[in-house]
Design a protein around this ligand. Structure first.
Ligand code: SF4
Length: 117
């Protein structure tokens, strides 16, 4: 049985499309039997969740020894001059690094907020 040139090109074209699709699925991790990676777990308190913070900013937290709960009741983020109070009831921030900061947090760069008078 002979095959026409037109039929041959159709079949080759379909096989090529199927091959490219399979290769594309394999390249992006689809089509295989492997399970997709687990999504990162978020902290229970969104004001302690640093999962979206860039590594360089996390390093700054480490450099300044930031903690979510200050050991010194007289020194906490909400009493610090560098604290950025939440604008809409969300999490606070710090002018030193990106990411959420708790009101009761603390780091070694703590500086007393100037008295309002
Ligand atoms: S400098 Fe430190 S203590 Fe002050 S707001 Fe930032 S993280 Fe809190």
């Amino acid at each position: 049985m002979s095959i026409s040139r037109k039929d041959f090109l159709k079949k080759v074209g379909l096989l090529s499309v199927a091959g490219v699709g399979t290769a594309a699925l394999a390249a992006c991790g689809g089509g295989g039997s492997e399970k997709p990676a687990e999504p990162k777990k978020m902290a229970a308190d969104p004001c302690k969740d640093t999962s979206g913070v860039p590594a360089a900013e996390l390093q700054k937290r480490t450099t300044f020894k930031y903690v979510d709960a200050s050991a010194d009741p007289a020194k906490h983020c909400s009493g610090c001059a560098l604290y950025k109070a939440p604008a809409d009831g969300g999490c606070g921030g710090c002018t030193l690094f990106a990411g959420p900061v708790t009101q009761n947090g603390y780091c070694t760069a703590w500086a007393a907020k100037p008295e309002m008078g």
